[in-house]
Design a protein around this ligand. Structure first.
Ligand SMILES: *Cc1c(COP(=O)(O)O)cnc(C)c1O
Length: 353
């Protein structure tokens, strides 16, 4: 028997991910290199597939959040550096050596417990989330030789924010403490602040997956995903009928409604109820009523395309709807849209094997 048809399909264009990585690499300052951040299963796109494609394109260094993600990535790709952003878990010390993983040490305590071997040091420069202070970094600088000194920007998507310059100055102090060590500051948006932010390594995540790293400006990245949901039913309804839970949408005339097989359990933000939209071919179709757990309804009255019928796919993210657009409609950011896409959504890969 063949597989049951999925309710929703996320198509991941690995060539676009690779093109985005190359676009970043090609704009870096001389001697700066591009790593790739593939935490949270490469923001929902699939870390093993994405890392394979990027490693073939020449990316040699990858960041994940957790030890578990790192172990899974090591099983998928042998000959890459894997750095673990969330730090060193001393209860599992031998796992780092066994899987050749590089922890990012985020505190003095982690640095003191680290048994030795390659490790990165995170120096906080204004995020106040993880990382040693610049004073603690000075204490460590005599005795400890990390393979990378890194910090993280809080406001890189706001180029004029004064914190960017302040963090750059503290980062420069941290580099001076570990003069022979490579250093890294910028993630996706930080790369676009200019070459003085590039240091030895940049750490893009979201931009690789098509999220706009320069909000408010045209998106320099290529779209890398499309999300389509299957139409389960097309209904013809009269004027003055209500749609969905809470009866929050009232038809203003006879209408045609398409119910698709994806809902908030799949990561469609419930805040999109009566606010979001989809596309069928060239036609904009408003999302009507509340989003249910497994179902969402669109008003497709205006669609003339004869292909609109049960079994057809309706676009939720794609050529007509960017990740950033749906995020704005949902009241969130593209990062949360991608990382919320649930396990029921079928991942389909095109491009580089
Ligand atoms: C998530 C993360 C990144 C990647 O950020 P993007 O904005 O997705 O490019 C880089 N560095 C650190 C420390 C992170 O937590």
């Amino acid at each position: 028997m063949s597989q049951p048809t999925p309710g929703a399909v996320l198509t991941v264009d690995l060539d676009a991910v690779v093109a985005n990585w190359r676009l970043i690499r090609d704009r870096l300052a001389p001697n700066s290199r591009a790593a790739a951040v593939v935490k949270t299963d490469a923001y929902g796109l699939g870390a093993a597939k994405v890392a394979h494609a990027l490693a073939r394109a020449g990316c040699s260094r990858f960041f994940v959040a957790t030890l578990e993600e790192a172990i899974a990535l090591r099983a998928a790709v042998a000959d890459i550096d894997i750095l673990v952003l969330n730090g060193f878990d001393h209860g599992f010390a031998e796992a780092y050596a066994r899987h050749r993983l590089i922890p990012v040490l985020n505190s003095l305590d982690e640095a003191r417990r680290w048994p030795g071997g390659p490790a990165a040091l995170h120096v906080d420069s204004g995020m106040e989330r993880l990382g040693v202070t610049i004073g603690e970094a000075a204490q460590l600088s005599g005795s400890f030789a990390p393979v990378l000194v890194m910090s993280h920007l809080a406001c890189a998507d706001e180029p004029d924010h004064p914190l960017n310059r302040r963090q750059l100055r503290i980062f420069a102090e941290a580099r001076a403490l570990f003069a022979k060590t490579e250093a890294s500051l910028a993630a996706s948006s930080g790369i676009f602040l200019g070459p003085e932010f590039h240091a030895d390594w940049v750490r893009p995540g979201a931009a690789l997956y098509g999220v706009n790293p320069t909000p408010g400006q045209p998106n320099p990245m290529r779209p890398a995903v499309t999300l389509e949901a299957r139409i389960l039913q097309v209904r013809h309804v009269d004027q003055n009928v209500t749609v969905g839970y809470g009866a929050t949408h009232l038809t203003s005339g006879p209408a045609r409604l398409a119910t698709v097989a994806a809902g908030y359990a799949d990561g469609l933000f419930r805040t999109l109820g009566n606010r979001g939209h989809g596309h069928f071919g060239d036609e904009y179709v408003p999302l009507v009523g509340r989003i249910s757990m497994d179902l969402t309804v669109f008003d497709v009255s205006r669609v003339r395309d004869a292909r609109l019928s049960e079994g057809a796919m309706l676009e939720l993210i794609g050529p007509n709807i960017s990740i950033d657009r749906i995020a704005a409609e949902a009241g969130t950011i593209g990062y949360e849209i991608l990382t919320s896409l649930g396990p029921r959504i079928h991942r389909h890969y095109v491009g580089t094997p």
